[in-house]
Design a protein. Structure first.
Length: 153
């Protein structure tokens, strides 16, 4: 098994008040519904167990579940770190930061996903490129869905 990691950082200004953005980001059902490739999030207090749909990777697929310990600083920061319940092949470390700006809310996201796969280290460049592609698709889809959700209330 070899660990592979991909990191995604992004930021945007949303034309919505911070409390409204916050309320959506702390709702595990809404986050799951808005995030491509996520089939569900089971929340047990501050522990969120993410179940992803099959992710295509190098002519095969990967089924992933991982548990995150969530820390919420109301309307400011959401941090999360991998807190496995059992043996898990994936985990995420990261944070969301929210701040008021004229006309809306600035949202900054920084996350890194690590996956342990039965592949040789030599495949690292190809696997990490594929992981970055998946993160881009997930991030773009999440951003569009978040904006739609905020616009429709």
């Amino acid at each position: 098994m070899t660990e592979f990691t991909a990191r995604k950082q992004s930021e945007a200004v949303l034309d919505h008040e911070r409390k409204r953005v916050w309320d959506v980001l702390v709702d595990p059902d809404l986050v799951a519904a808005m995030t491509p490739m996520v089939s569900r999030i089971d929340a047990d207090g501050p522990r969120w167990r993410w179940t992803l749909r099959r992710i295509p990777l190098l002519g095969s697929h990967v089924d992933l579940e991982f548990t995150e310990a969530m820390t919420f600083t109301p309307e400011q920061t959401i941090t999360f770190h991998h807190d496995p319940q059992d043996e898990e092949r994936a985990g995420v470390e990261g944070r969301y930061d929210l701040a008021d700006v004229p006309g809306g809310t600035h949202v900054a996201i920084d996350l890194a996903i690590t996956v342990d796969l039965p592949l040789p280290r030599l495949s690292r460049p190809v696997v990490q490129a594929a992981m970055h592609g998946v993160l881009e698709v997930m991030g773009a889809g999440f951003a569009r869905a978040l904006e739609r959700r905020l616009a429709t209330g």
